[in-house]
Each structure stands twice: as structure tokens, then as C-alpha cells.
Design a protein around this ligand. Structure first.
Ligand code: GDG
Length: 477
């Protein structure tokens, strides 16, 4: 493993999970994720390295973890103690920043000790990147857990080029300025050469903040700070559409999709939701609208069946535990009233499923329901479209998901408007097949040209273009 890298990815999590084998020994398993798919080809081309947390706690006082190779990728694990996981990750990242950046759907909490650990852990990531990056390397920092890393890294290594991408929304000034350490966060991000967001609105929010908070003079897609130009732009993330096409054509997956419909009693319409069990995803409203249509007699549970996969997430955070109880109460109530033996109205799964099973569900479902109150992008919406090879199927999509700016032919909804949501369900349930196909074909055409490789390449090209303008030559491999 070479000691220096020309291309360094810095993300909260490594692209592998630690698994303990039957004999008690440990090994690593690749965790399937969009980010690794997107950057893997670039990592392989460019002698890449990935810095991230391995997902488990390291005892206090233990030294740094050794780097290792996995499937040809150089991985540098960052050790976090129980206390750092509780304060940096579950605390500041997931109980302060996550809710605030999602419109404060639940109130954000701020604690000074959480912030202190957030700073300390960001510094650890920055130190590791400074250590590993070759002269003039490209370091690509990801997401809300690591917003201070760009500035910290620039202080240590002014020679490297730094890109930053935020996967979640970026809130307007009015919300962002709640954060007691708001200045440090904006300054942290401005350490990058290129700051990328999912949507133009998020980029505009950030640029406005540099004016309101730091009295800088932002232009349309950049801002000057300390004699440097920081470019600020939207790069909507996507999926590996081709990988989904391969799965959709697998005979096992096709057979499984047929089995699913059969097991559901061959309903006229199957509606599907797939989300991490998160309060931003609007699972509650989606179920309430379904329940009210049953109450009103507008649909029947023999005719229309709902499947909701709610993947366990952040289970040690209080709000997530409360959400789980609320959702499961709602599912229980709907099934108690409208289900029959062997035929629940809502089929609820609270487990992580293999990707093949997910694809079989996408293939089986007539209507995909994606109703977040706020979402950076939402890959599930794009995955569903990628799986509808024959052009059938309908996507109900919240206008508050980044994906709604691209998947314009979806049936757009405001999840706060329950009457509107119900009306949209009915519209889709009774839609004309030809109209559905026209919409789906347009969305599929868009996705084919805008997959995740396109996303990663656009980001890297933007870094390269800026570098050429600076007269530093191309960073292309
Ligand atoms: C964040 C932002 C942004 C879900 N359940 C299972 C499973 N999944 C996969 C889906 C999809 C991914 O997880 C979820 O991605 P989303 O984009 O929908 O949502 P977040 O997790 O909140 O992601 C979001 C994204 O980052 C990327 O920038 O789009 O806005 O919030 O790929 O398929 N995968 C498997 N089993 C499951 O049970 N295998």
C-alpha cells in the first residue's frame, strides 16, 4: 500500500463494515452504497485512499487503527470512542445538524460538549487527510459530519486541492443562524476550493450566508475569501442506473417480484415505500393518507395494498425510537381495522433487506411513494425509475426532495397537505396507462444521462477546470 495518495476521499464512514466471523475473528465486508459506486472508478484510476470511521467503538486510550487494503482500495480507519460516537455522531451530527438542516422538523438540540467532540473528531479526520495526501492531491470531503475538515486541512496542507460535497439540504439563513457555532461552520466549509450541494437552492442559501454572517460579497456561483475563489454549485447526486438494470434482468429477481405480488393476494395496485426509518421521510403522512382513503371508502384493502420497508436507523437516538413507536402504532391501527388473516392492508418490514429483494419490490410495485418533508436528493425515487424497464409504474414524489427538480414527470406532492396527498393517490390509482408510460420514459431518459458516474465526473471536472484557470495544469489522471 503506497504511503501517499493523489485522490483522497474523506467521509464519516468507510465503505466497509466490520463483521465478526463465527470463530470470533474479524473481517471486512463491502457496504453497498452510492458513494462508493460513484468514486470507486476514480479511486482505482488515481491511486485513491478513503478515510472514514469503521462503525464500531474503539476503547479509550487505544492508538490509531492501522490502514488496510480491501478489494484493491486503500482504507484508513478513524478510531472513535463510545463517547465520541455519542457526542460527535449521535449528538452534534444527528441531533443538532441533521434536524436543523431538514427544516427543524424536530427541534435541534445544542450542547457544548457535543460541539467540542465534533471539533476534535473533525480535526482527527483532517490530520489523517493531511498525512495521506500527496503533494497537490485532490481531497474530497463528504457530508455534514465533516464540515470543519476543509479549513482544518487547508491550514495543514495549503498545497492540496479540496472539494466538499453536502449530501443533505442546506437550510436558509433564518434556520442556520440558530447554531451557536455558525461562523465556525461556514468558515470550515470555505476552506474548500469547491463546495457542492444537491440543489441550486442549497448553494444559494450557503452563498447568502457568507454575506449575512461573514460580510463577504458572493457572486452567483462563487465567493472570494482571503484572496481565494471558492466555487459554490449544485451537483445533484444519482445512482448507478446500469447496476439496477442488471439486477432487474436477473431471472431470480423477476421470479421474486412475481412471488411478492402473489403473496400479497395479487392486488390491483401495490403501493411501495422504502426509507431509512427517519422522521424526515414523511412515512407517517404517507400512511395517514392511505388510512383516510380506506376510512372514506375511496379504496379497499383487497384492491390496493401498501408495502412499507423502514430500514432501522440511528436507533440510539431518542427521536428515532419515538418515531418507530408512532409508525408501528399507525400500521397496527390500519391493519387492525382493514386487514384480514393473511392479508394485511399495510405490509410493514423493519429490517435491512438485501439489494436483490429491494429491486424485486421496485419491480413488483405499481406506485412508489416518496414523501419526505425535506430530503437532499432521495435515491430511492431514482432507483425505482431505473428499475421500471418496461416503462410502467408511477412515482409519487415530494416536492421537498431534491430529486423533484430532476424527475419532473413524477406526480409531485406536498406531504404536509394530506388532502392533496389523498387526491394524488387517487389520481395515480386511476391514471391512464399511456400517460404513466410517457412520464416514466421521460424520467428514465433523464437518468440514463445523469447517473452517479456522471455526478462524480462533473465534480472532478469542475475542480480541474478551476485548476486550469489558476494555471496549475490539469489534475486528470
Ligand atoms: C442521504 C440523503 C441523499 C434503504 N433501505 C435499504 C437499502 N436502502 C438504500 C436505498 C438507497 C439508500 O439506502 C437511501 O438513500 P436515500 O437517498 O433515499 O436517503 P438517505 O439514506 O437519507 O441518504 C439523501 C443521499 O444521502 C445521497 O446523497 O439522496 O437525500 O438524506 O440507495 O436503496 N439498501 C439495502 N437494504 C435496505 O433495506 N440494501
Amino acid at each position: 500500500m503506497s504511503s501517499k495518495s493523489d485522490f483522497v476521499v474523506v467521509a464519516n464512514r468507510l465503505p466497509v463494515d466490520r463483521v465478526v466471523d463465527a470463530d470470533g475473528s474479524g473481517s471486512w465486508r463491502r457496504s453497498p452504497g452510492g458513494l462508493v459506486t460513484a468514486v470507486e472508478p476514480l479511486m482505482r484510476k488515481r491511486d485513491g485512499a478513503w478515510i472514514g470511521w469503521a462503525g464500531d467503538a474503539t476503547p479509550e486510550g487505544d492508538g490509531p487503527l492501522p490502514p488496510f487494503e480491501n478489494d484493491g482500495l486503500s482504507l484508513y480507519p478513524i478510531a472513535l470512542t463510545e463517547n465520541e460516537i455519542a457526542w460527535y455522531y449521535e449528538g452534534f451530527s444527528n441531533t443538532s445538524l441533521w434536524p436543523l438542516y431538514h427544516d427543524a422538523i424536530v427541534p435541534a438540540e445544542y450542547h457544548r460538549e457535543w460541539w467540542t467532540k465534533y471539533v476534535a473528531v473533525n480535526q482527527r479526520f483532517a490530520d489523517a487527510a493531511a498525512e495521506i495526501a500527496d503533494t497537490d492531491a485532490f481531497v474530497w470531503v463528504h457530508d455534514y459530519q465533516l464540515q470543519l475538515v476543509p479549513k482544518m486541512l487547508r491550514e495543514l496542507r495549503p498545497d492540496v486541492r479540496i472539494g466538499y460535497f453536502l449530501h443533505i439540504p442546506f437550510p436558509p439563513t433564518e434556520l442556520f443562524t440558530q447554531i451557536p457555532w455558525r461562523r465556525q461552520i461556514v468558515e470550515g466549509l470555505l476552506g474548500a476550493d469547491l463546495v457542492g450541494f444537491q440543489t441550486p437552492g442549497a448553494a444559494a442559501n450557503f452563498l447568502r450566508l457568507t454575506r449575512d454572517l461573514l460580510q463577504l460579497k458572493p457572486a452567483r456561483q462563487s465567493v472570494e475569501v482571503d484572496g481565494r475563489t471558492v466555487r459554490v454549485r449544485a451537483f445533484p447526486i444519482s445512482i448507478d442506473a446500469e447496476a439496477f438494470t442488471d439486477l432487474v434482468n436477473s431471472p431470480d429477481v423477476i421470479a421474486r417480484a412475481e412471488q411478492i405480488r402473489h403473496d400479497l393476494g395479487n392486488p390491483r395496485r401495490m403501493m411501495l415505500g422504502i426509507d431509512r426509518l427517519d422522521y424526515t421521510k414523511g412515512i407517517d403522512k404517507r400512511l395517514e393518507a392511505f388510512e383516510e382513503l380506506l376510512d372514506d371508502g375511496k379504496i379497499s384493502s383487497e384492491d390496493v395494498v401498501m408495502v412499507q420497508v423502514a430500514t432501522p436507523s440511528r436507533e440510539r437516538v431518542e427521536q428515532y425510537r419515538m418515531l418507530r413507536e408512532q409508525i408501528e402504532r399507525t400500521v397496527g391501527r390500519i391493519n387492525g381495522t382493514y386487514g384480514s388473516v393473511g392479508n394485511p392492508a399495510v405490509n410493514y418490514i423493519h429490517r435491512s433487506l438485501p439489494r436483490e429483494e429491494l429491486v424485486a419490490l421496485y419491480l413488483a410495485a405499481d406506485i412508489m411513494v416518496v414523501t419526505p418533508y425535506r430530503d437532499g436528493m432521495n435515491l430511492v425515487a431514482k432507483e425505482y425509475v431505473a428499475c421500471r424497464q418496461d416503462g410502467t409504474g408511477a412515482l409519487v414524489l415530494s416536492e421537498f426532495a431534491g430529486a423533484s427538480l430532476e424527475l419532473k414527470q413524477a406526480f409531485l406532492v406536498n406531504p404536509y397537505d394530506i388532502e392533496g396527498l389523498k387526491a394524488k393517490y387517487l389520481e395515480v390509482l386511476n391514471a391512464d396507462e399511456a400517460d404513466l408510460k410517457k412520464r416514466m420514459r421521460a424520467m428514465r431518459r433523464y437518468l440514463q444521462r445523469h447517473d452517479v458516474m456522471h455526478w462524480a465526473q462533473t465534480f472532478v471536472d469542475d475542480m480541474d477546470a478551476a485548476r486550469e484557470r489558476d494555471g496549475r495544469g490539469s489534475a486528470r489522471p
